[in-house]
Design a protein around this ligand. Structure first.
Ligand code: SF4
Length: 131
């Protein structure tokens, strides 16, 4: 089955990020990038999401909340690792409270932090079934 979708609803979860990745993700909602023109949007509830976007290395305190939010996203669903920390190769990878990012993401958007245009391009390619 093709993954191509007209829209892509994202629930974001900060799993111990330094907030660098959030800054760049938030920039996509500005008039300059206008994320919504591509049918991509950030939603408040995981119940309304197609994909979960995780930032940060997944700290001890965020491991269980991450599992709960992931369970709340309806099937079929995708997991997006935004930034090197979530992808398991960030600067906090070896920190004592780090779980080294998310397991088996469907999409990795690399960078520390990734540039807004790169995030947008990757999400859009993913939505179109090309990423
Ligand atoms: S990848 Fe870089 S910017 Fe993103 S949470 Fe990790 S340290 Fe911060």
């Amino acid at each position: 089955m093709s993954r191509a979708m007209k829209s892509l609803q994202l629930r974001h979860l900060d799993a111990g990020s330094c907030n660098g990745c959030e800054q760049e993700l938030t920039a996509l909602t500005s008039r300059y990038y206008d994320l919504q023109q591509y049918g991509i949007d950030l939603v408040a509830s995981p119940r309304h999401a197609d994909a979960l976007v995780v930032t940060g290395p997944v700290t001890d305190t965020m491991k269980k909340p991450l599992e709960k939010v992931w369970q709340a996203v309806p099937e079929s669903k995708w997991l997006v690792a935004l930034g090197d920390c979530a992808a398991g190769c960030g600067v906090f990878q070896e920190a004592y409270a780090s779980h080294g990012g998310v397991a088996k993401p469907d999409l990795v958007i690399a960078g520390c932090p990734p540039r807004p245009q790169d995030i947008l391009d990757k999400l859009n390619q993913f939505r179109l079934g090309q990423g």
